[in-house]
Design a binder for this molecule. Structure first.
Ligand SMILES: N[C@@H](CCC(=O)N[C@@H](CS)C(=O)NCC(=O)O)C(=O)O
Length: 235
């Protein structure tokens, strides 16, 4: 592991992508740099002592800030995005100075971190990872995934506010922020499991436009690059 600057231990999974994208965004906007290494979950490196010392929860991604003495580890993606925001985004390019906009940003960040991501992960597990697909569990989690997509659709369409939005948080049309970075890698991968059809997604037109809008960002493309992935199946 590198001992200088900010180091990211990651894996090109949706959770890994959140932090990869944030680091790439910061690199585009500031005099900021980072190093990274991939962790191979297929060999359970995330459960080894050296890693558990950084993250007792044994999951990637993790940031190690070697500019602090002793080096400061950060785990849980929402906490990592907020750490990067506080330490490296002095102009709040990806956050908000206004107290209420900041609160709105946290609401959407936590909404996805606590609800959407784990549920979409369970849907994929029960629907694709087992030798025998668990139909009941798959349907239960899929229904909940689609419900959370509809929550995003409600926000972006302005159904109850009369204000269409380009991004999840912020006044007016909203502003691209860590709230979007937290949700986008999962939601944009809606098709990866093969469990959700395009016809089902057509019920969420504002969400689909939001996916495309964010995909156009150079830092999002860099943060989603294949270089952050191992070849072969990952858990
Ligand atoms: N809540 C965690 C979830 C992290 C997570 O689930 N990471 C997966 C990769 S996407 C992992 O490390 N899986 C291997 C394992 O659970 O042992 C976060 O947001 O950081």
């Amino acid at each position: 592991m590198r001992r200088q600057g900010l180091h990211l231990i990651t894996l090109g999974s949706p959770n890994g992508k959140k932090v990869q994208i944030m680091c790439e965004e910061l690199r585009e906007h500031y005099d900021f740099d980072f190093t990274w290494t991939l962790l191979d979950t297929r060999t359970n490196d995330q459960k080894k002592d050296w890693f558990l010392r950084l993250n007792p929860n044994g999951k990637v991604p993790v940031i190690v800030d070697n500019t602090k003495s002793p080096p400061f580890p950060v785990f849980e993606t929402a906490a990592e995005l907020l750490y990067l925001l506080k330490e490296h985004d002095k102009d709040d390019v990806f956050g908000f100075k206004d107290e209420y906009e900041r609160s709105e940003c946290l609401q959407w960040l936590f909404f996805w971190h606590g609800g959407g991501g784990p549920i979409q992960g369970q849907m994929t597990f029960f629907g694709t990872k087992l030798k025998q697909k668990e139909e009941f569990a798959t349907q239960r989690f899929k229904t909940e995934v689609l419900r959370t997509y509809n929550v995003i659709e409600i926000q972006l369409s302005g159904k109850y506010t009369g204000q269409e939005k380009k991004y999840l948080a912020g006044k007016g049309e909203g502003k691209y922020s860590v709230a979007d970075i937290g949700a986008w890698p999962w939601v944009s991968g809606w098709g990866h499991s093969g469990l959700i059809s395009k016809e089902e997604m057509d019920a969420y037109p504002h969400l689909l436009q939001w996916i495309d809008r964010i995909r156009e960002r150079p830092a999002v493309q860099k943060g989603s690059d294949k270089k952050y992935m191992f070849q072969g199946p990952i858990s």
